[in-house]
Design a protein around this ligand. Structure first.
Ligand SMILES: *Cc1c(COP(=O)(O)O)cnc(C)c1O
Length: 403
């Protein structure tokens, strides 16, 4: 098979299907009234969105741009789950008027809702509230917010949640019918989700909520050696939820992102040059750290090497080869390859588990977006071509000589 021009991402469709199926099977078995909201911010590649849409997922969006993208890709307003602190009032109204899911994040949104509800006194508006609570206390050391606090939603411990509820209960044609409890964690453990479910029960009981949905948010693991998979989470969640809810009345919403797409996605790069400087071997590749670690936080990468020619066992072992990117920034170094066969131009380094965030957090820096292919059987089908300067300059204005 002819080799494709690197760099490019590949999404293995069979693996993606397997994970999607694993998710919905586990939900079906544990809480048959469920809904999947796919997290756009994790990776909104149009092909991927159309894949999850075809499989029944709603669009979980956190900005007006993401909302408009979902609409552009065929989502109806009622198929939107609208979250986060940065909604626009017009899209907020569209989704609510159509009966989509809106999880309130701020006082400002309560005032938008107040205005909307007064304009449509004949209509009832069902909304959800994002609860901010001390998950760190329930799961010490596991959350990303740590001991300070999270910054999203209405805080339970300080009484802001109760206050928001009170305001909403004063609007005659508004009902609080959902709880949104997304919290990001470092551990992505089963106990994080058990605690989130416990919090849903606690809020339901303390405030006598009558909920048509509980939204656990995202943050699951998937496809990571030795870590939990979907079938580990939902029995634990269902056990907690069933103390206060029944599937007939309350729908379980999940918002997976990275757990669906990590395992199925790889990023293929090639070595184009090597150089020795003061005893250090630099291996220059056409992928960049900005493609796979835009926030510069990874300390290790999953990868394998496809050697271009001769048996790698015949190559000399090099104590340290610094695998670097194509950009002109010194920090663009991915990892140090230790005591391994010498890499030469044409060898390919393939990074694994790079589907979440890496593709969507890609900057337009020095090179534009790489191509994306899907693997279907033994074929690779291109679902996004490499971006060119034409794509980059769309919408731009040039200085012209004015008469
Ligand atoms: C980021 C996010 C998700 C998805 O998180 P993953 O870690 O990719 O699963 C889901 N819901 C909300 C509200 C988010 O902010």
């Amino acid at each position: 098979m002819e080799l494709l021009q690197t760099p490019y991402f590949v999404i293995d469709e069979a693996i993606l299907s397997k994970y999607y199926q694993m998710l919905t099977d586990s939900l079906q078995q544990n809480w048959s009234n469920y809904l999947v909201g796919y997290s756009f911010k994790t990776n909104s590649l149009p092909w991927l969105v159309s894949f999850v849409k075809k499989n029944g997922a709603y669009a979980e969006v956190v900005s007006e741009d993401e909302y408009l993208l979902a609409r552009r890709l065929g989502y109806e307003n009622r198929e939107i789950i609208y979250n986060g602190p940065y909604k626009s009032e017009s899209s907020f109204r569209e989704v609510l008027l159509a009966g989509g899911y809106v999880n309130l994040d701020s006082r400002m949104e309560i005032s938008w809702l107040y205005r909307l509800a007064s304009e449509y006194p004949e209509q009832t508006f069902a909304v959800g509230i994002r609860a901010n609570f001390d998950l760190e206390k329930m799961c010490p050391g596991e959350t990303t917010m740590g001991e300070v606090s999270g910054r999203f939603g209405f805080c339970y411990e300080t009484g802001k949640f109760a206050e928001a509820l009170q305001l909403l209960r004063q609007i005659p044609n508004v009902s609080v019918s959902g709880l949104h409890l997304h919290s990001s964690s470092k551990s992505r453990s089963v106990s994080i989700f058990r605690s989130i479910a416990q919090m849903a029960c606690k809020l339901q009981q303390e405030f006598q909520l009558s909920l048509s949905y509980v939204d656990l948010g995202g943050g699951y693991c998937g496809g990571m050696e030795g870590r939990p998979e979907y079938p580990d989470y939902f029995p634990a969640v269902a056990k907690e939820l069933s103390r206060c809810f029944v599937p007939g009345q309350t729908r379980l919403i999940v918002e997976p992102g990275i757990s669906l797409i990590s395992k199925c996605t790889t990023f293929v790069t090639s070595v184009f040059d090597t150089r020795d400087i003061k005893g250090t071997r630099y291996v220059m590749t056409d992928g960049s750290r900005f493609n796979i670690d835009a926030t510069m936080i990874k300390t290790s990468h999953l990868f394998h090497v496809d050697y271009a020619k001769e048996n790698p066992d015949d190559r000399p072992l090099i104590p340290q080869q610094i695998i670097s990117g194509y950009t002109c920034m010194e920090c663009d170094r991915m990892f140090t390859h230790e005591n391994s066969p010498e890499l030469v131009p044409g060898d390919r380094i393939v990074y694994e588990n790079v589907g979440g965030y890496t593709m969507s957090l890609n900057p337009l820096f020095i090179q534009y977006f790489p191509a994306v292919y899907i693997r279907r059987g033994d074929r690779l089908i291109r679902v996004r071509r490499k971006w060119t300067p034409e794509d980059y300059i769309q919408g731009a204005v040039l200085e012209t000589a004015s008469e």
